[in-house]
Design a protein around this ligand. Structure first.
Ligand code: AMP
Length: 225
């Protein structure tokens, strides 16, 4: 399979590509992940979307994690590890995948290394200041149906699927501050974890969607070179 993205080809012909999107909440992982998923033709797997769907469908998992998510806390490692393990074993992940929101702790990163003997190929780290994150999340709306994200409040219907737009309870400012604190304490150490493995593409996550997409493309190409 030829791995290509927007305007480029990464590393010639590759059998598969496994990418992790790392960065604070609201750093653009979902937006860039959706575009990458389209161009690389591998699924984007968002643990946040999977958990919110489980809550909406009132599954056993959803009942376990609903309050944790709304409070902006992290669900237990063993739980989310088993969710992701099952998800990436499915057929549609044969040629790779893009993980958005996993791993979020060193323990999760180590679990992923155990599950995937050949490990991940690239970890894209979206570096965004806390101030920018708070401003972005306080203003963003999410589609109830397909999860698409909109940066401001001047619309009420999703242009992709016509679903309703709403403000996620965990995007309220006080909860965002808790999510950011958890991110800095538990998730940011993964930056050094993957840098030491030579897998990290560090991207300036502030700018237009197009500018960031260009940086992502260059970052992936550099790590795979
Ligand atoms: P997100 O949409 O990625 O911001 O995730 C929303 C919420 O889902 C997070 O605030 C956590 O409560 C939970 N969550 C998602 N992914 C993970 C993970 N890998 N580990 C623990 N909790 C997670």
């Amino acid at each position: 399979m030829k791995v290509s993205c927007a305007a480029g080809v990464y590393g010639g012909v590759r059998a598969s590509v496994k990418i992790i999107l790392l960065g604070p909440p609201g750093s653009g992982k979902g937006t860039q992940g959706a575009a990458l998923s389209k161009s690389l033709q591998v699924p984007e797997i968002s643990t946040g979307d999977m958990l919110r769907q489980a809550v909406a469908e009132k599954t056993a998992l959803g009942q376990q994690v609903g309050d944790v998510i709304n409070q902006g806390c992290l669900v237990p490692d063993d739980l989310i590890i088993s969710v992701i393990e099952e998800r990436i074993s499915r057929e549609d992940c044969e040629n790779g995948f893009i993980l958005d929101g996993f791993p979020r702790t060193i323990e999760q990163g180590e679990a992923l290394e155990r599950v995937l003997p050949d490990s991940v190929d690239v970890v894209i780290y979206f570096n965004v200041s806390s101030e920018a994150v708070v401003a972005r999340l306080a203003g963003r709306l999410t589609c109830r149906k397909c999860g698409a994200v909109y940066p401001n409040m001047d619309t009420s219907l999703c242009s992709v699927c016509r679903g309703d737009l709403y403000q996620r309870e965990d995007d309220m400012t006080s909860t965002v501050l808790r999510r950011l604190k958890l991110y800095r304490e538990h998730t940011e150490p993964l930056v050094a974890f993957y840098r030491d493995k030579g897998k990290l593409a560090e991207i300036d996550g502030e700018g237009s969607v197009e500018e960031i997409a260009q940086r992502v493309e260059e970052g992936i190409a550099q790590v795979l070179a």
